[in-house]
Design a binder for this molecule. Structure first.
Ligand code: PMP
Length: 357
C-alpha cells in the first residue's frame, strides 16, 4: 500500500484567467472596472510597512467595527475573511455538519460543490427552471442546509427578498447561507432578516462593488451565536487571516460611501446600455441584477465567440458545462470597454454572415 491511498483527492475550483498583459480588456472575473476609492488608496499609501514585523489583530477589530458601523450591526454580528471564498468555506465547514444533503441550484457559483466535496458534505443540486430562475418551492424539503447566491451567478437573476424569507422561514432546522457578492448592483439585501431568523447568514465581499478584489476581503453578517460558532472554527484553522494592510484598507474603503454609490450607479447604467447593445446584435440575455451579463446567440456557438474575442484581447467567461455551454458571462466594464466589445462582436457576426452567404 502506497501513501497515495491516504491523499485527499479533490477536483479543484477553476478560477477565471488572470492574464498578465494590462492592455487586454478583462471582462472575465467580475472585478470592478474602477480603481479603489481615494480614501482606500490614501490608507494604503499611509500604511507603515515596518508594522508587518508584528502579527495582525486576529479579530480584525478595526475592519469588523467599520463593517458593523456601516450596516447598523453589533461587532458580534460580523465575521471577516480572506475574500468571501474564505468566509463561505468557513461557513460550509461550520454549519453543514449533518447527514442530510445541503441544497443549492444546479447552475450557481461553481465553488459550492467543490467545498461540499472537499469537506465531505452531502449535497444535492436543485435544477433552475427553464428561464434559469430559482423556484423557491423546490427547496421545500428536509435538508442539511441551503446556499443561495442572490443575485445568482452566472445568471445574474435576482430573487426578491420575500422569497428568500420564505426559504429561510421554512427551514428553522438548518442554516441558510445567502451569498450576496453582487447585491449592491440593484438588489435588495436579506440583511434586515438576520435579527428575525437566527438560521440566516448573509455573505458579502469587497471584491466587486467595493473595488478591492486584490485585497481579499469578505464578510458575513448573522446572529451573534452563528458568528461565534464561525469564529470557533476559524480559530481552529488559522487565526491571523486578515493582513494588517487589508484591515486598514478595508476600514478606509467602507467609509467612502459616496464613491461606492457612484461606482455602482455607473456600472448599472453601463449594464443596461450594454444589454441593449447585445440585444441589438441578436443576443438573448437573462435579467441580470449584477455586474455581469449572461448572453447567448441563436446563430453562433458561445465557444466560437469566446475564442474570437480572446484572439482580439477581450476576455470573457465560458464554461463547458451542461445547460450553459452556449452562454457567455460578460463582466460589465467601463463604457469604452463595452463599446470595444460591441465592435468586436459586430465584426464577428458580420464575418459569420458573409461566410454563410
Ligand atoms: N460568491 C460569488 C457568487 C462569486 O461570484 C464570487 C466571485 N468569484 C465569490 C463569492 C467570491 O469572491 P471573493 O472571494 O473575491 O469575495
Amino acid at each position: 500500500m502506497g501513501f497515495e491511498e491516504n491523499i485527499r483527492r479533490v477536483v479543484p475550483y477553476v478560477p477565471g484567467e488572470q492574464p498578465k498583459d494590462k492592455n487586454l480588456i478583462k471582462l472575465n472575473t467580475n472585478e470592478n472596472p474602477y480603481p479603489p476609492s481615494p480614501r482606500t488608496a490614501e490608507a494604503i499609501r499611509q500604511f507603515d510597512p515596518g508594522l508587518n514585523r508584528l502579527y495582525p489583530d486576529p479579530a480584525a477589530g478595526k475592519l469588523i467595527r467599520a463593517i458593523a458601523g456601516r450596516y447598523g450591526l453589533e461587532d458580534s454580528e460580523v465575521f471577516a475573511g480572506v475574500g468571501s471564498d474564505d468566509v463561505l468555506a468557513m461557513c460550509f465547514l461550520t454549519f453543514f455538519n449533518g447527514g442530510k444533503p445541503v441544497l443549492f441550484p444546479d447552475i450557481t457559483y461553481s465553488f459550492y460543490d467543490v467545498w461540499a466535496e472537499l469537506f465531505r458534505i452531502p449535497y444535492e443540486q436543485v435544477p433552475l427552471d427553464e428561464h434559469f430562475r430559482i423556484r423557491p418551492e423546490d427547496y421545500d424539503r428536509a435538508c442539511g442546509g441551503i446556499v443561495i447566491a442572490n443575485p445568482n451567478a452566472p445568471t445574474g437573476e435576482l430573487l426578491p427578498v420575500e422569497e428568500i424569507e420564505r426559504i429561510v422561514g421554512a427551514h428553522p432546522e438548518c442554516v441558510v447561507i445567502v451569498d450576496e457578492a453582487y447585491i449592491d448592483f440593484g438588489g435588495e439585501s436579506a440583511l434586515p432578516l438576520i435579527r428575525k431568523y437566527k438560521n440566516l447568514i448573509v455573505v458579502q465581499t469587497f471584491s466587486k462593488s467595493r473595488n478591492l478584489a486584490g485585497m481579499r476581503i469578505g464578510y458575513a453578517m448573522a446572529d451573534a451565536s452563528l458568528i461565534r460558532w464561525l469564529n470557533d472554527v476559524k480559530y481552529s484553522f488559522n487565526s491571523y487571516t486578515m493582513s494588517r494592510l487589508a484591515i486598514e484598507a478595508g476600514a478606509a474603503c467602507i467609509r467612502d460611501e459616496a464613491y461606492f454609490a457612484e461606482c455602482c450607479r455607473r456600472i448599472m447604467e453601463t449594464r443596461e446600455k450594454s444589454a441593449d447593445m447585445l440585444r441589438a446584435l441578436g443576443f438573448r440575455l437573462t435579467d441580470s441584477a449584477s455586474n455581469f451579463l449572461f448572453a447567448t446567440h441563436p446563430d453562433v456557438q458561445a465557444k466560437d465567440i469566446f475564442d474570437y474575442l480572446r484572439g482580439r484581447g477581450i476576455y470573457v467567461r465560458w464554461w463547458d458545462k451542461p445547460r450553459i455551454r452556449n452562454y457567455l458571462r460578460i463582466t460589465v466594464g467601463t463604457d469604452r470597454e463595452m463599446e470595444v466589445l460591441g465592435e468586436a462582436l459586430a465584426e464577428f457576426l458580420r464575418r459569420i454572415a458573409t461566410a454563410l452567404r
